[in-house]
Design a protein around this ligand. Structure first.
Ligand SMILES: C[S@@+](CC[C@H](N)C(=O)[O-])C[C@H]1O[C@@H](n2cnc3c(N)ncnc32)[C@H](O)[C@@H]1O
Length: 559
């Protein structure tokens, strides 16, 4: 099946094709990597995916669709179309400048004056047509007047959720008193070396390695994954990748995108999910070895140290080669349910990346190619086992891999909640953690949501899932009754939650006090719902916080 030029919806990912073939029993799941490679190479040849390029005519069409949404006041849909239009527009074309100007109009209508100004500035810097300039300048003036008149939406975060306890001197984004341990049951994990309280933010780690679902590629920065209120700038060469800043664009180019850019349609035709994060780990390494593939092979072909401690590195002056080594020295559990699928992805990426002369000129010999294929499979396994994912209601995912967050194991009885927002992972404690305890977060399932249907891709060995006597004893606690004092306090919490005159910070505080005061009655069914309310409130407050920060950033970039 050949794909019509410039029709991204026509991409039928290899992953879907093989998923059908596996389900129909047409491909042997037990095949070797070389057998998969043969099959995938043939499939890709018959697919003959055409690379898409910038195209101002397509940009104009997309902008017109955006204009119709704008007139219907469907602003999010309008922004989505304008972003795609901006990405397809040839650099320095009128279409690019007009896309930015159109975006500024949407922000203006939404009272997002900082973002409107940022886009007006982008339009002006990209040859906005002189004859249309007066209208743009009038909008610029209006924005400035409204900001000066105090009509801006909040641009000052109220809570600023960041690490709120003493920090580790060598890891300024991690709480002091957190160490790494190793238990055969879970592998490496994070352990508390002192007591912590609910509400303690123990980690705020920025991501450099992410993968953005194809369907979010016009909504999220392809480097740090932040959304930046849809106000992204395009890769100057390919029609798919967008960034929240020139800095992210340049870093992404240097680390990975120069290996992706001229084959990006083909890469998305391997998997439309967030899987591009995995081959990126290979190119992250290659870049840190100054493209000296022999040196990289020499290091990587040594035995992997599965007990490597990323907390030993100095993050005050991060060295990317050391970070790469931290990622590389990971012993991911091979997932028997999905490993055949990972092999298909590895083979697909292998074939497609080698179509790029920038890759082909580095990975030349047979041993080098075998190393590339093996590494791709290893990094796919690492990515699926170690990354954190944020998944929206439509199933579109963003994967994020960071050295420290990736050490946190899962429990269906978590202590902490993990938030991925605006390219940063935050870990907040929901309940007290005592010195010596391992700190767990949840990858999805939690005991107080038994109906959630979430499953972990490994056999979970947490206390809730433990079928032995210890697990049985623990689960029996869930059905105890709260003592009367706690029942009264729970009723007070409900009343506070309904009070319109209490803001979220006050409600959060009340929840935190309850959790601290009654921690000894944990676990208990009602306690689970309290933790859940606490988590949901944190999510809402974090979102407001991030929005305010992004507004402030837009304002700073424009001034
Ligand atoms: C994000 S990593 C956590 C760090 C990992 N333990 C290590 O040694 O690098 C996730 C992997 O840890 C293991 N793991 C995490 N939580 C687990 C649990 N509740 N039960 C069993 N294994 C778990 C699984 O192998 C999973 O794929």
């Amino acid at each position: 099946m050949a794909h019509p030029k410039n029709d991204r919806s026509a991409i039928w990912p290899l992953a879907c094709i093989y998923s059908q073939r596996f389900n129909a029993g047409k491909v042997d799941r037990e095949a070797t990597l070389q057998e998969f490679l043969k099959s995938v190479t043939e499939t890709i040849r018959s697919q003959n995916v055409t690379e898409m390029h910038k195209c101002s005519a397509k940009a104009a069409k997309l902008r017109n669709v955006g204009n119709r949404h704008f007139l219907d006041r469907k602003f999010q849909d309008a922004l989505a179309c304008y972003n795609e239009s901006i990405c397809f527009a040839d650099p320095n074309s009128d279409q690019l400048a007009m896309g930015y100007a159109n975006r500024s109009a949407v922000y203006y209508e939404q009272d997002e004056y900082e973002f409107a100004l940022l886009n007006i500035d982008l339009a002006k810097k990209n040859n906005y047509p002189e004859k249309l300039m007066p209208k743009l300048l009038a909008r610029e003036l209006n924005c400035k007047q409204r900001i000066a008149g105090g009509r801006s939406k909040n641009a000052t975060p109220r809570t600023r959720m960041s690490v709120n306890v003493d920090t580790n001197p060598r890891i300024p984004f991690l709480a002091d008193g957190i160490g790494m341990n190793y238990e055969p049951k879970f592998g490496r994990g994070l352990i508390a070396e002192k007591d912590f309280n609910p509400g303690d933010i123990i980690l705020e780690e920025k991501s450099e390695l992410c993968g953005v679902d194809f369907n979010l590629s016009y909504r999220n920065c392809n480097h740090c994954s932040s959304r930046f209120n849809y106000s992204l700038i395009p890769c100057p060469t390919c029609p798919f990748m967008m960034y929240c800043s020139q800095e992210c664009l340049e870093q992404n180019w240097n680390l990975f995108h120069r290996f992706e850019c001229c084959v990006v349609t083909k890469l998305y035709s391997v998997s439309s999910l967030s899987s591009m994060m995995h081959p990126r780990l290979f190119f992250y390494g290659l870049t840190q070895f100054d493209e000296d593939l022999r040196a990289m092979m020499k290091y990587c072909e040594k035995e992997i140290n599965g007990k490597f401690n990323p907390l030993d590195l100095d993050y005050t002056n991060p060295n990317r080669l050391e970070l790469f080594k931290a990622y590389h020295n990971t012993q991911p559990a091979v997932d028997p349910e999905n490993d055949h699928f990972f092999k298909i992805l590895a083979c697909g990426y292998y074939v497609m990346y080698l179509k790029n002369p920038a890759v082909n000129s580095i990975i030349r010999t047979e041993p080098q190619r075998r190393f590339f294929l093996r590494s791709l499979l290893q990094y796919i396994r690492i990515g699926f086992s170690m990354a954190s994912y944020s998944i929206d209601a439509r199933g579109r995912a963003i994967g994020t891999l960071t050295p420290i967050d990736s050490l946190i194991n899962h429990s269906c009885d978590p202590h902490a909640a993990t938030f991925i927002c605006s390219g940063t992972i935050k870990v907040v404690l929901l309940r007290p953690v005592r010195r010596g305890e391992q700190i767990f977060t949840s990858y999805g399932p939690v005991w107080w949501e038994e109906e959630s249907g979430n499953k972990t891709p490994f056999t979970c060995r947490c206390v809730y899932c433990d079928r032995g006597p210890a697990g049985r004893r623990w689960r029996a606690l869930i059905d105890r009754d709260f003592p009367l004092g706690a029942v009264d306090d729970l009723q007070k919490l409900h009343d506070i939650a309904l009070r319109m005159d209490f803001n979220n910070a006050a409600k959060l505080n009340a929840l935190k006090q309850f959790i601290k005061k009654h921690a000894r009655h944990y676990p208990e069914r009602n306690f689970g719902t309290v933790l859940d309310s606490y988590r949901m409130l944190l999510v809402a407050m974090n979102r407001t916080d991030v929005e305010a920060l992004e507004r402030a950033r837009a304002w700073a970039e424009d001034n």
